[in-house]
Design a protein around this ligand. Structure first.
Ligand SMILES: [Zn+2]
Length: 340
């Protein structure tokens, strides 16, 4: 094996959360996953405008590229800036030189009109030629009518659905509510509280760092018959790090396992954006095989070519100025934090 691999895919990201770092602490300490959603993420996403979304996506795409990730599967929500939000994210990823597969996560948290507008944004973006899936936040924040509408739209458009499934204990009804809707092209993020014999079709997206951070438990995705891919759930775009963590977490419940399984999960991401197989990442370390990577911290890409174009050279992006992106993102983060 050499130090060159195809591009990596972050199979579950929230680019909007790139501006969350350093945000003011919530009014009171969150004591459960539900309270983390209510006090952190649902306040943050409601405060987003299109300019913040643009620079969070620029920063997130830059950080992904700097980690050898050449495609981002994003799940977006901005209830007060829905229309056009997917165009803004797609343009930011393209500007940095990273591929994207986007979805707007619909929800009934803001009333049926919010879900309708979210669905319309998915449809508008995909019908206009955008690379997308239909997004659902999660079954537990959607009515049956909204779940059916999203599944129906996805089938009409010939694309899959990207949805959070049983991330926390509040969504244990998801397998029952999504039964009969989910298909092989659906992306099921987390699955921590899914029973092993759940009958849902689709790819499970495993997000080990996020699950630890939210104290929701360990998904143990090796137990599922479904394909499994790795994501960050918005904590950066470094899926090589997600692989390393996925391996030791699997090891924590099965001391006989090797890193091959988590390495396969990393590769499964490429099934979601197959063009990444033609991308080329030249790494700072050789050989890039699972046993080496699992025990070698700090591996980074030196050069990245996406679709034949060199977009990272000598560790630096070629299409954007990294310092400028970080400075603009800091400005937008300050605006966002002031609203919270
Ligand atoms: Zn997520």
């Amino acid at each position: 094996m050499s130090a060159v691999t195809p591009g990596l895919v972050c199979a579950h990201h929230h680019l909007y959360s790139a501006l969350a770092r350093g945000m003011p602490a919530p009014p009171k300490v969150a004591t459960s996953f539900q309270e983390i959603l209510e006090q952190v993420w649902w306040r943050l996403d409601a405060a987003l405008d299109l300019e913040m979304i643009r620079w969070s996506a620029m920063l997130g795409a830059l950080e992904a590229l700097e980690s050898g990730t050449t495609a981002i599967v994003d799940h977006h929500e901005s209830p007060n800036a829905i229309e056009g939000s997917l165009d803004v994210i797609a343009a930011a990823c393209a500007e940095v030189g990273v591929r994207s597969l986007l979805a707007y996560g619909i929800t009934d948290r803001h009333g049926p009109d919010g879900a309708r507008r979210g669905l319309a944004e998915n449809e508008r973006f995909i019908r206009a030629g955008g690379r997308g899936l239909v997004g659902i936040h999660a079954a537990f924040t959607c009515s049956d009518a909204s779940l059916e509408a999203a599944a129906g739209l996805a089938a009409d458009l010939g694309v899959g659905v990207h949805v959070h499934v049983a991330e926390g204990p509040g969504d244990v009804d998801a397998p029952r509510r999504l039964a009969g809707l989910a298909r092989d092209d659906w992306l099921l993020a987390h699955g921590v509280h899914l029973p092993t014999d759940h009958a849902l079709r689709g790819t499970i997206l495993h997000n080990p760092m996020s699950n630890l951070n939210n104290a929701v438990g360990y998904a143990n995705p090796a137990r599922f018959a479904n394909p499994v891919a790795l994501g960050t759930d918005g904590i950066g775009g470094n899926v090589l790090e997600a692989f390393r963590l996925a391996y030791v977490l699997q090891r924590s419940v099965d001391v006989t396992c090797g890193p091959d399984t988590a390495w396969r999960w990393l590769a499964t991401g490429r099934d979601l954006v197959p063009e990444t197989r033609d991308d080329e990442v030249t790494w700072s370390y050789e050989p890039m095989d699972p046993w080496h990577v699992a025990f070698t911290p700090g591996i980074r890409p030196l050069r990245v070519a996406v679709g034949g174009e060199v977009v990272l050279d000598d560790g630096r992006p070629t299409r954007v100025d990294a310092a400028e992106v970080r400075a603009k993102a800091r400005e937008q983060a300050a605006r966002l934090h002031a609203r919270l």
